[in-house]
Design a protein around this ligand. Structure first.
Ligand code: ADP
Ligand code: MG
Length: 553
């Protein structure tokens, strides 16, 4: 229950829309009751003068129904977008310390989330919450008010009927939904978990297709996805069965109530009361009231699913980021010199340290190359300079200020970063280039393209800079992706550059061209560049070597 209350609290901003939706929903049922009651009365001839009212009430009910759909959906969509934004705000500080956006998943993080799993939460789980208001809260309120209204009407016109009908109505409105909730609880949770797993498998299958084909593992992967799909199917089938039984039970209770009304009425008639007209009204109103409780079993059956989805969202949202901004950030220093002082660092949950007492000073404007074997901690050092993590011991400083005392945004604003895994986003080449520097002028764009060795590539694209790249557009090779990332960094024109293997994936000739151009682009900037190429390292002011988490000269 706590999970649901938590999300209900998130919806308070939309209370106005929710209230409006609820008002129309109640109006629909009220007019429905009025319509059937009126029809019953007119049919038996006790209210001939009221016949005129039938048409406006019927039209009014349709109008109210339309407005109800409009407002409840408006409320739901607004709530869902609030929840999505809220969730995204929580998730972004978790990258990359807690959530590894890469394929492998965060080793040792507390929530190890793969990209597909995160997508499931952002899309499927948030969507599962839409039932909370529109399927659960509104119908429950409507049903409650209807039962109260019916109790009032029936006890006034036909008290003998009231008890029987209300008993059946309570069975339909309370007992059946409660049973449905119980019957759908486990399957609802399974639905959420299994559809997340299926989504993950589908993503793995498409993203890893070339590898799977090369290793003749496609059929095994397909069989795995097929099993995941069948397991999801089991849960969905179970839910469908429960839903059908719930609907049937409600239907039977409705019929039983109708029969009860008639029986009680006929019995009263046999005693000599003139029950005809009241009986007809009572029968019609009873039908309308059962209509109001009909959606409840399904709504409560889905509660398990909604709750599981809510729990999965909270699990991520309440994960503590590895780094947090200080309460009162210091003013960012003017200097761009970097100091790494006795830094020790182990990844969360890892057994061994990744950095084991690292000291490094990079003066403002100095260009330092870091070389060393794979796994020696080079990228980790860059991650600490970025403050993706805080050191376990020692400190990282910029312009004399400890990174932990700075606002992350202030720090990042002065960095141009080329990381090892370059993401090409779905968008045009221009979108991809201007990610860190919106609205550059044409001259800067040309310069960045030239320095990154992309001028030919851009010129050959069908729509030039406005060509779509990525999955929905022109495919980009690894080397081209690297160069796009490099051009992105150059455009950003930050005073400090952190480059992880900027020439990886380039042929020797292009590498030479890029290096020469990079020398031009980095004039006056502080540069830390990881590389495993001697030629690249020699072009820098100084070369330091990392081995097993330590700097060696
Ligand atoms: P390099 O860039 O020099 O190849 P890294 O800095 O990437 O080396 O890795 C240093 C060590 O930290 C390696 O042992 C690696 O396995 C480990 N490591 C790297 N990234 C992570 C991570 N996200 N979680 C846990 N361990 C990691
Ligand atoms: Mg690396």
């Amino acid at each position: 229950m706590a999970d649901l209350l938590f999300f209900l609290r998130l919806t308070t901003r939309r209370a106005g829309w929710m209230l409006l939706g609820a008002v129309f929903a109640v109006l629909v049922v009220a007019l429905g009751l009025a319509l059937l009651g009126l029809a019953g009365a007119v049919a038996v001839g006790v209210a001939g003068g009221l016949a005129w009212w039938l048409r406006p009430v019927a039209l009014g009910r349709s109008a109210a129904r339309y407005l109800e759909k409009l407002t409840t959906h408006e409320a739901t969509f607004r709530i869902l977008s609030d929840i999505r934004i809220w969730f995204f705000d929580r998730v972004s500080p978790l990258v990359p310390g807690r959530i590894d956006s890469g394929r492998g998943g965060g080793k040792g993080g507390t929530v190890s989330l793969r990209a597909g799993d995160l997508l499931s939460r952002l899309v499927g789980d948030v969507d599962a919450l839409d039932g909370l208001y529109i399927q659960l809260a509104v119908p429950s309120l409507v049903a409650l008010l209807t039962v109260l209204a019916l109790a009032a009407v029936l006890s006034a016109v036909a008290p003998s009927v009231a008890v029987a009908v209300l008993a059946l109505l309570l069975a339909g409105g309370l007992a059946v939904p409660a049973l449905a909730e119980r019957a759908g609880r486990a399957a609802g949770r399974q639905q959420v978990e299994r559809s997340a797993r299926l989504r993950q498998q589908a993503i793995d299958l498409t993203q890893g297709l070339t590898d799977l084909i090369a290793h003749e593992a496609v059929s095994a992967a397909l069989a795995g996805a097929g099993r995941a799909s069948a397991r999801l199917g089991d849960a969905v089938r179970h839910q469908a069965l429960v839903a059908a039984v719930g609907a049937a039970a409600t239907q039977m209770l409705t019929q039983a109530a109708l029969i009860a009304v008639l029986l009680v009425g006929v019995a009263a008639g046999a005693d000599g009361e003139a029950v005809g007209p009241t009986l007809a009204i009572a029968a019609f109103v009873t039908l309308a009231a059962f209509e109001a409780i009909a959606p409840l079993p399904l709504a409560y059956q889905m509660l398990g699913r909604t709750r599981a989805a809510g729990r999965r969202l909270r699990e991520v949202a309440e994960t503590q980021p590895t780094v947090v901004d200080p309460a009162e950030p210091t003013v960012p220093p003017a200097g761009t010199d970097l100091r790494v002082d006795g830094v020790r660092f182990a990844y969360p949950g890892a057994d061994s340290v990744a950095l084991d007492g690292v000291d490094l000073t990079v003066r403002a404007g100095e260009k330092v190359a870091i070389v060393g074997p794979s796994g020696s901690g080079k990228s980790t050092l860059l991650a600490l300079l970025l403050r993706f993590y805080d050191p376990d011991a020692g400190a990282v400083r910029i312009g004399g200020a400890d990174l932990r005392d700075l606002a992350q945004d202030d720090h990042h604003a002065r960095l141009g970063v080329l990381s090892q895994g370059t993401a090409i986003l779905a968008g045009t080449l221009r979108d991809n280039l201007t990610l860190g520097a919106p609205d550059p002028d044409a001259a800067s764009l040309d310069r960045a393209l030239r320095i990154a060795g992309l001028d030919r590539f851009a010129a050959d694209l069908p729509d030039g800079l406005d060509t779509w790249l990525g999955e929905a557009g022109v495919a980009v090779s690894g080397g081209e992706g690297r160069r796009i990332a490099l051009a992105r960094v150059i455009l950003r024109d930050a005073p400090i550059l952190l480059l992880d293997e900027p020439t990886e994936g380039l042929d020797a000739e292009t590498e030479r061209a890029v290096l020469a151009a990079l020398a031009e682009a980095t004039v006056g900037k502080t540069v830390v560049m990881i590389t495993h190429r001697d030629a690249v390292a020699q072009a820098m002011d100084r070369v330091v070597r990392m081995e097993a988490g330590r700097l060696v000269e």
